[in-house]
Design a protein around this ligand. Structure first.
Ligand code: AHR
Length: 666
């Protein structure tokens, strides 16, 4: 052995016990940085049919005939005419159904929903329509049908509605489904001689999240709430920018009565020609009021992101953006939004709309993102007047800028310099990176400047090299990387995995956190990783270290972050003031079981511990699926801290490729 090898061997002895255990010290005597309540959250974007066809409960596609091709999603038959002088000025289209000209013929229309309409046996669905009978009383028949069925009748549920006024009125009927059908259609027949005008044809499950009429799909919203997110970023992502500025997400179009919210063309319609969805629009039925309400329901801080006047920089050149002297309407959007969320309905026009929608109390918005994933001078120069205007009017609102799409490098650094110069409160970083990146970035935030803005890891996910889908291994590496977020909670104040949702028939981007079809859903392993962190975030960081394998004297203490000599282990610890517990997270990314020994400095005697372990089910490629949604879930167990010579000691064997979390009462 040469001198260097001898030193390394000596150092290894200091951090590994005689029993070959990795020895770690958790200092429970001294509370470290506060872990912000916002630390682990969610990022919602309408990609992969996450809103219409996903979280938003509406089951009818193109309910107001406003798509560029007005009958997209519909099949019409008989005598159907499209009109444009409807009762809702921003959604002017409607149809008039008239006699087909023969009593043996039919007039009507049929909606395909979003990849079909999912209905369940014995559950109720609220059908509603705005209608008028221009030439005397008329009637429609509304059916849930299965076109593929070999039954005598395609329809399995039917109701009749009498339209008895020449004025536009809303008619509602409950349809109780006699069958479970994941891909039903909605069919409407004219069943009178007199014509009928129909507008905003809608079908919702009665049982939405919190039972709201314009509500959210219950299982998906509950999955969000079950994670106990601390912050909720919305509505995107690239849709904030738009393929063109006029198709950017515009929050003012998403509030007020749903019938009068103009639709928008989704930026994700055009992005990929290998998974192209020409019918991808935003009804805006899930709008900013609904987002704020969801945040309130879940106890998450709302974090809206607004356009900085840049259309998607990936998709456009300089000409596509608002010029510097054209930014005022964009700045007003930010100021008016704060007013909408927090203002007094007695004095503010925007707050009055919020109150009229049923929420006179403020939503208490504290954060605003200006620009999504923008980069370089076009962004930095545009951001300035936004910051000035927001600071002047709302000094307490925290402004979130962005370092762009790169996780490091020249443009990333340039972004940080610009955000520091503009005194952004937080900088939104994005990283969709491969396994190696996640495994080698366990000490990313240690070297960050503590005097500048805080970090919001706003979009990240481990994308497996050559296998870009959800699987256990990449989720485990996300968990490993997240120990660094936790360890550096003094600077990292928010983190949100991305994207959140994907419809199995309508996705363009993966991996994603929650997948679904029309009736079922599953939580990915990444969901459980996020949940384990979010529900065990504690209140203060505790120092967790081991002897530095590179220190010949074995005196220097370093974090356990997967660096050389750590045998693939990552670990972090927090104190939970609410329960009086020490929480320790250990991730073993190696293919072997790892014995560990944790000294609980400041604790004496024996202490019982509970554990939660997330492990694969035979293969690192394992993942939950619609058919096997609980293949991989965290499993509860127990452990014990013994009375050691100087302090309590927790000895354990951490299984190969697993994430184990301990809670120990002090
Ligand atoms: O999450 C998908 C996309 O990734 C987001 O819209 C964008 O911000 C990023 O490029």
């Amino acid at each position: 052995m040469n001198l260097k090898q001898v030193s390394l061997a000596l150092a290894l002895t200091a951090c590994v016990s005689a029993q070959g255990q990795r020895v770690m010290d958790v200092n429970t005597k001294k509370l470290g940085a506060t872990v912000q309540p916002t630390m682990y959250g969610q990022f919602f974007e309408d990609i992969n049919f996450a809103a219409d066809g996903g979280l938003y409960g509406e089951l009818v596609k193109n309910r107001s005939f406003e798509f560029a091709q007005p009958y997209m999603g519909w099949r019409v038959f008989g005598n159907v005419e499209l009109k444009t002088d409807g009762p809702f000025e921003r959604c002017p289209h409607y149809v008039i159904l008239s006699s087909p000209g023969h009593r043996e013929r039919r007039t009507g229309l049929q909606n395909e929903g979003f990849f079909g309409i999912g209905v369940e046996k014995d559950k109720e669905y609220r059908f509603s329509v705005w209608a008028k009978a221009p030439k005397g009383n008329s009637q429609i028949r509304v059916q849930l049908i299965n076109e593929q069925a070999m039954y005598e009748h395609q329809e399995f549920t039917e109701a009749k509605i009498d339209i008895n006024s020449n004025e536009w009125k809303k008619y509602t009927v409950m349809l109780k489904s006699s069958r479970t059908e994941p891909k039903a259609n909605l069919r409407i027949f004219l069943s009178s001689g007199n014509p009928v005008c129909l507008e905003h044809i809608s079908l919702f499950p009665k049982d939405t999240y919190k039972g709201r009429e314009n509500g959210l799909r219950k299982d998906l919203a509950e999955a969000l709430a079950d994670m106990k997110p601390g912050v909720f970023r919305f509505p995107g992502g690239c849709i904030v920018e738009g393929t063109t500025l006029d198709t950017r997400y515009q929050w003012k179009n998403t509030i007020g009565p749903v019938e009068n919210r103009p639709i928008n063309r989704n930026r994700w319609e055009d992005t990929f020609d290998y998974r192209y969805f020409a019918d991808y629009y935003q009804s805006y039925g899930l709008g900013f009021f609904e987002f704020f309400q969801l945040c309130e329901d879940m106890g998450a801080e709302p974090l809206p992101v607004l356009s900085v006047g840049l259309a998607c920089q990936f998709q456009n050149g300089e000409d596509a953006h608002a010029k510097m002297d054209e930014l005022q309407p964009f700045i007003d959007d930010c100021l008016d939004l704060i007013d909408f969320a927090n203002g007094d309905p007695a004095t503010s026009k925007w707050a009055k709309i919020r109150a009229d929608m049923g929420h006179p109390e403020p939503f208490n918005m504290k954060f605003i993102g200006v620009g999504n994933e923008q980069w370089d001078t076009p962004y930095y120069e545009r951001l300035k007047p936004f910051v000035a205007a927001i600071r002047a009017k709302y000094p307490n609102i925290k402004i979130i800028g962005t370092s762009g799409p790169d996780s490091e490098g020249k443009m990333f650094d340039k972004g940080w310099v610009a955000m520091k110069a503009q005194k952004a409160d937080l900088v939104d970083e994005h990283f969709y990176r491969n396994e190696q990146w996640f495994l080698s970035h366990g000490l990313r935030y240690e070297s960050y400047d503590r005097k500048g803005p805080k970090v919001f890891a706003g979009e990240y996910a481990c994308h497996g090299r050559g296998k870009k889908w959800n699987h256990f291994e990449t989720s485990l590496y996300e968990a490993a990387f997240m120990t660094d977020l936790e360890r550096n909670a003094d600077i990292v104040q928010m983190a949100t995995y991305a994207p959140l949702f994907a419809h199995v028939d309508g996705w363009q981007w993966r991996p994603d956190m929650i997948w679904y079809d029309n009736l079922r859903m599953f939580k990915s392993v990444s969901y459980y990783v996020q949940q384990m962190y979010a529900m065990n975030k504690g209140t203060n960081v505790l120092t967790l270290t081991t002897a530095d394998p590179a220190d010949p004297k074995g005196k220097k203490q370093v974090p356990v972050a997967g660096q050389e000599g750590m045998d693939g282990l990552f670990a972090s610890s927090v104190w939970d003031a609410a329960t009086g517990e020490v929480v320790i997270k250990v991730i073993n990314t190696s293919k072997q079981e790892r014995p560990i020994s944790i000294n609980l400095l400041g604790m004496k005697g024996e202490h019982a511990a509970t554990t939660l372990t997330l492990s694969h089910n035979g293969s690192y490629d394992d993942e939950n699926t619609l058919d096997n949604p609980e293949k991989i879930t965290p499993k509860a167990g127990s452990a014990k801290a013994e009375d050691g010579k100087k302090n309590s000691v927790l000895n354990d064997q951490v299984p190969a490729m697993s994430f184990r979390l301990y809670r120990i009462k002090k």
